[in-house]
Every structure is written in C-alpha cells, then in structure tokens.
Design a protein around this ligand. Sequence first.
Ligand code: APR
Length: 233
Amino acid sequence: MKRIVVFTGAGVSAESGLGTFRDSDGLWEKYRIEDVCTHEAWLRNPQLCVDFYNARRKDTLAAQPNAAHIAIAKLQQELPGTRIITQNIDDLHERAGAKDVVHLHGEITKLRSERNETATVPLKGWEQHYGDRHPDGSLLRPYIVFFGEGVPYFDEACRIASQADIMVVVGTSLNVYPAASLIHYAPEHCPIYFVDPGKPEFGMWADRITHIREKATVGVPPLVEQLIAEIKN
Ligand code: APR
C-alpha cells in the first residue's frame, strides 16, 4: 500500500476561523513573537504568554474542522498507511477523525512541565492558571515549541517523510525551520502536491511540486478523491 504523508500549516485551519501567522492579517502582525513565543518571553512575563495562549485556546475550542481537515481524515481512513504531520497547535485534524497526528510545534489542548519538554498534561477548557504545577513539581507552561527551542518530534517526522510515496502539503509558507525542511526528506521518486492560494518559495524544489493554487477547502477534497481512486483501483 502506498504511503501518503500529509504535512500541514496554519493555512489548513484558516477557513475554520483560526488566524495564520504571516498573512496580512496574521497573528505576528498583531503580536510580537519576542513577547509571547520565546523562552525569554516566558521567563520575563509568563502571565502575558499564558494570556496569549488562553486566547488561542478559546478560539480553537470555538472553531470547527473544515472540509480540508475532514478530507485528510478520510484519506487516512481509506488508505491506512497515511501519516499526518502538522505545524499547527490546534486539534482540528483530530476532531475531524485523524489519528496519530505528529504535532511539531506543540498542542494548545495540553500543558507541559517546565522541566521536561515532552511531559504533558491535558488541559480541560480554555484557561490555564499561571502558577499551577506539573506532577514533577515544576511550573506548568503552554505545550508550545517557542522560537529557538528544540522540536522534539522532528526526527520522527523526518523518518516518516523519508518513507513517503506521495506527499501532500497544505497551507504553509515554509518560513520556519526545521519544520519547513521536511519536504526535503521526501524520497526522489515521491511527488509533492502543494495546496495553497499563496506563492510560497519552493526554490530548487519547484520542478518536483504540483502547486494547486486553491484554498484548502477547495483544493484538498478533490485531491483526496483523486489519490484514493488512483491508489485503491
Ligand atoms: N487555504 C490554504 N492555505 C492558506 C489559506 C487557505 N484558506 N489561507 C492562507 N493560506 C496559506 C498562506 O498562503 C501561507 O502560505 O497558509 C500559509 C500560512 O503561512 P504562515 O502564516 O507562515 O503559517 P505556517 O507556515 O504554518 O507557520 C509555520 O510559524 O509562527 C510559527 O509555530 C508557528 O507553526 C507556525 C510556523
């Protein structure tokens, strides 16, 4: 069975009402990364970080999976070898029915130990109260990979990408490393479909990429139907 790897960014959740980061109305146009998404920010003003991610969590809980999330989950149900890797911290892939999603930049529905980057606890509801502690005794913080921090699941993501027969990339500007380098781990023979209305910089990869210049809810469902038909028949 052919192995499909789906790699998503903020664009896949844009039509669910969750902001992207670098579009004209993106989150980093409204907030400074150094105030809310670095380890120094956490040490300098943890309450501001908690408030920022509480607001993100409230938005996420109010959002619904869109037709792209639903199509990607269907792809995995129809072709069980399909793996999903996301840069997104929302849980919309899971709420659409996707399984074993690899979150490279953390998960908004969990908190983590300040001491151990992968020691997480689930958070019920939208509000973290700064000062609550992890069972290991350290302060709890948002389970988000801040800029400059290590990406704990990147090696696993590279291993998955290196075994892909087909890669589908949805809604990422390919601006943030090491996540953006994931497409470079796809084997030579692996075609890459890229669904994004924008024009991310493909560089030397342009000739290997089929760019479907559509929004996720327009471009992903027909691509999923095409792949299911090609592989199952
Ligand atoms: N459908 C598909 N793609 C879309 C849509 C849509 N409806 N709307 C916007 N996009 C595309 C944009 O054209 C852009 O290429 O989504 C991409 C969003 O890019 P970014 O805002 O940079 O988001 P992303 O690539 O996921 O950022 C990566 O940066 O700030 C960090 O940790 C954060 O995970 C994030 C990482």
